[in-house]
Design a binder for this molecule. Structure first.
Ligand code: ADP
Length: 378
């Protein structure tokens, strides 16, 4: 019998699951926040993912529920589970991708390498942490941050006065996360997929380059990572997937420090920007793998099709135009590039698509990928 995966959220991640579902011949339906979003081809309902009623009504029409984002509240997720609806990842795992303080606590308990951190409820507690860490640190809101929003480098508690005020007004006894300012050589991301039955597979670790807190480029595999870095990164991600009981895709954002440590920054329990290269550069794309994992099917191979892939995000998009408006010129100049548009209107900083190039020579791959992406960035 054909099973149907229900995706909550109509963004580009849900969109990129659609071709994978079509190829496999499994059903896919989307509960979108608004009509006509990126995943409109699979849109079957529109509703607020924060409300129990629309989410439950949608979930009752599918065989398994999964996500385009991590913002569905715990009480909504738990109500689905109580009805016996399979939810992957489940609320027990997903809580650690929803709350950075919970995540830091859990990873510390599991003995995983994380930056030095503390939960601070008052400016005085933050001042004490700053004193112990050379006067600078990174403060994060526990919930609701993305693309670098909710992350600040601070020199004094007054730098986050507004966040302390918001906590006090909220009245829920919340805290901010403060961390050492990590001196990193580069940022990495390690992806694995895990089935409910426990099978896990890992892709090669990749290098991610962020600009203004947003992922700009990904190189797969991360250059000069074979051996130690690859082994440590994979081991960390497998321990997290098992330790937290993650089902589906897991991305672990990592710092490679200047003193050769690998530390965990962030977790995402869904397909992730660092894995978009897998559509064109790996035996199994992260979107196909996510569907296989949440349906508890055997997982696909994670090898690379070519030695190198580079993925470039199209941020903002062409002014007053769409990516397809520029295809003729970009495709003529860069026949090896693969173009992915999310059918979003151009807006500064917005991820409207990406370009991937794979090949044998990293310099040539980077030249072609950057050249192709540049057609959409003016
Ligand atoms: P978001 O959830 O908004 O993506 P992250 O926690 O991933 O936020 O942080 C965004 C970026 O800020 C990271 O990619 C990294 O470049 C920088 N950053 C985050 N934490 C630290 C840290 N402890 N030390 C140094 N840089 C950091």
């Amino acid at each position: 019998m054909v099973k149907t995966v229900g995706v909550i959220g109509g963004g580009q991640l849900a969109r990129m699951m659609i071709p994978a579902a079509l190829e496999l011949g499994v059903g896919i339906q989307v509960l979108a926040e608004a009509p006509g979003m990126s995943a409109k081809l699979a849109e079957s309902a529109v509703g607020d993912y924060r409300e129990l009623e629309p989410v439950l009504a949608f979930a009752r029409t599918v065989d398994v529920v999964t996500f385009d984002h991590e913002h569905v509240p715990q009480h909504v997720l738990r109500a689905l589970v109580d009805e016996g609806i399979p939810v992957h990842p489940g609320p027990d795992a997903l809580q650690y991708a929803q709350d950075k303080l919970l995540m830091r606590e859990k990873l510390t308990e599991l003995g995983l390498p994380v930056p030095d951190w503390a939960a601070v409820e008052t400016p005085a507690e933050l001042a004490a942490f700053l004193d112990e860490h050379g006067g600078r640190a990174v403060v994060k809101t526990a919930r609701g941050g993305y693309d670098g929003k909710g992350v600040r480098v601070v020199n004094a508690p007054t730098d986050v006065d507004d966040w302390f005020t918001a906590l006090a007004e909220d009245g829920n006894g919340g805290a901010l996360l403060v961390e050492e300012l990590v001196d990193f050589r580069r940022e990495l991301a390690q992806q694995v997929a895990r089935r409910p039955s426990g099978e896990i597979v890992a892709w090669p670790v990749v290098e991610t380059v962020q600009r203004d807190g947003i992922c700009a480029e990904v190189v797969a595999p991360a250059p000069a990572s074979a051996g130690h870095i690859a082994e440590v990164s994979e081991d960390i991600a497998v321990r997290i997937a098992d330790g937290l009981g993650v089902t589906g895709m897991l991305a672990v954002e990592l710092f490679e420090t200047t003193d050769d440590r690998v530390l965990v920054n962030e977790l995402a329990m869904r397909p992730h920007n660092s894995g978009h290269w897998t559509i064109d550069g790996s035996t199994t794309s992260q979107f196909e793998q996510h569907l296989r994992a949440v349906l508890d099917l055997p997982l696909g191979g994670t090898g690379t099709l070519r030695p190198w892939s580079m993925m470039i995000n199209v941020l903002g998009g062409p002014e007053g135009a769409t990516m397809p408006d520029r295809y003729a010129a970009a495709m003529r100049e860069h026949p090896t590039a693969k173009f992915h548009s999310y059918e979003k209107e151009s807006r500064p900083g917005r991820k409207v698509g990406h370009v991937t190039v794979s090949g044998d020579d990293l310099d040539e791959v980077a030249y072609q990928a950057r050249g192709a992406a540049a057609f959409f960035q003016q």
